[in-house]
Design a binder for this molecule. Structure first.
Ligand code: 5AD
Ligand code: SF4
Length: 445
């Protein structure tokens, strides 16, 4: 059978899609190519969230034209968000492509590959559906952390964001199916799960609304956390990304009371200016966001937060930016993804608002937030010196294989000397001896 290689761009959801597709292709008898150069089938899982992500993939696939000319049997397929977003027009840009598969068509990729191997090219499959498409549940063996997709799509329509258009409407999987998948992972030795959804706190809400059972006091996602918590063998539960709009008290209670739920929370806030938040259609004010942070912190004083922020959204003034800076100072994030606004064709922001903030201003604002972040994170890490942390061992450190690394409950990287017999997946206690803004260093106790 021809061998394949998958190159993945973008978010953890894409990582998960690529992993499950690889497992399906393996099950069908394909093998993994040693490298991109030796592959018979080259697959690209693409991202559209920022212009740069699309350009990177287009550039990479563009230069394969010559290779395809030299090796006409080579199959090149594109899937993921950019495939959904650009669809058939990708074939005009890249006529050497064999197929384009949309975000709901992952399960069809083996068939598309088979057709391409038979010499049929220029295939496009980008239909979306209101129903959950076939879910691929295969996982790589022996991973300490397993990624589990619990829902697809997003109904929020934040005005800057392409995701609701590329990943379609919110559809949640049945809790029983999710728990079964996680139990299988645990049986294979996985200790931690990362639950994935573009708008994960809205898990189950579209279905509840449809069946007339929507209860604003309840949280189907909190119920899911309770169910996953029961899975024996799983020691830690993480999730991404929540939306403040759905972080009701039932959610706060679940994350604060369930011991396996990690106490490092990624909670995107995007902007600290109420005027900008409104233009973004985020559905909360800075005060409401901070109130949810406060509610969690009141019960978990040692918890930590990370976030997503956009600088340079259309019309963002110095004052708006300072409001963002102030929210960041108030929360004291350990980590943040800071993005420069990137206009996405088809979104409400692109239709209605001019991309007014000059690139150099976006860059300067980005730098200021990064510096603030680094200073704060360094001080918070420094405060850990002399304390102990429970660390889930991931394995030899990437930089220096004689040292091992793991993650604390708050998702901080911790580096230490391994002890004899130590295995990835072990939970150990580490005494912290020194720190940087990115990592903790210590000794196994
Ligand atoms: N420009 C810049 N950043 C964006 N994000 C989403 N869309 C855009 C855009 N058009 C960021 C948001 C989101 C993260 C995944 O990507 O911060 O939370
Ligand atoms: Fe995009 Fe907003 Fe949905 Fe997140 S919640 S995927 S930012 S539309």
């Amino acid at each position: 059978m021809p061998n394949y290689h998958i190159r993945t761009y973008g978010c953890q959801m894409n990582d998960r899609d690529s992993e499950s597709l690889a497992c399906l292709l393996d099950a069908l008898g394909h093998t993994r190519a040693e490298s991109e150069e030796t592959a018979d089938i080259l697959l690209f899982n693409t991202c559209s969230v920022r212009d740069q992500a699309e350009r990177k993939a287009l550039g990479k696939i563009g230069i394969l034209k010559k290779l395809k000319r030299d090796r006409p049997d080579l199959v090149i397929g594109v899937f993921g968000c950019m495939a959904q977003n650009l669809g058939r027009s990708l074939l005009d840009k890249l006529p050497h492509l064999d197929f384009v598969a949309g975000t709901d068509r992952l399960h069809e990729i083996p068939e598309l590959i088979a057709e391409a191997l038979d010499g049929r090219n220029g295939l496009v499959s980008t239909d979306t559906s209101e129903d959950m498409p076939t879910v691929l549940t295969g996982h790589e063996r022996g991973q300490v952390t397993g990624y589990v997709s619990v829902m697809r799509g997003c109904n929020q329509f934040c005005t800057y964001c392409i995701v609701p258009y590329t990943r379609g409407s919110e559809r949640s999987r049945e809790p029983e199916d999710i728990v079964r998948e996680i139990q299988t992972l645990a049986d294979g030795g996985t200790k931690e799960v990362l639950l994935l959804g573009q708008n994960i706190t809205a898990y189950g809400l579209a279905e509840a609304r449809e069946s007339g059972a929507l209860d604003p006091q309840a949280s189907p996602f909190a119920n899911l956390l309770h169910a996953v918590h029961e899975v024996s063998g799983i020691e830690r539960i993480r999730f991404t990304s929540p939306h403040v709009r759905y972080m009701n008290d039932a959610f706060v209670d679940a994350v604060c009371s369930l011991p396996k739920v990690c106490k490092g929370f990624h909670i995107p806030f995007q902007s600290g200016s109420d005027r900008i938040l409104k233009l973004m259609n985020r559905g909360y004010t800075a005060t409401e966001y901070l109130d949810r942070i406060k509610a969690i912190r009141a019960r978990l004083p040692d918890c930590s937060f990370s976030t997503d922020v956009i600088v340079g959204f259309p019309t963002e003034t110095e004052e708006d930016f300072e409001a963002t800076r102030s929210v960041m100072q108030k929360v004291g994030y350990d980590m943040a993804y800071i993005f420069k606004y990137s206009e996405r064709t088809g979104t409400k922001a692109a239709e209605r608002l001019e991309d007014t903030v000059p690139e150099d201003v976006k860059l300067a604002r980005n730098q200021i937030l990064l510096t603030d972040l680094e200073t704060g994170a360094e001080a918070r890490n420094q405060a850990c010196v002399g304390q102990e942390r429970q660390v889930l061992v991931t394995g030899p450190s990437k930089r220096n294989a004689s040292r091992w690394s793991g993650r604390t409950d708050a998702n901080k990287v911790c580096i230490f000397e391994p002890t004899p017999g130590m295995q990835p997946g072990d939970l150990v206690r580490i005494a912290i001896t020194h720190t940087t803004s990115h990592s903790l260093f210590g000794n196994v106790m």
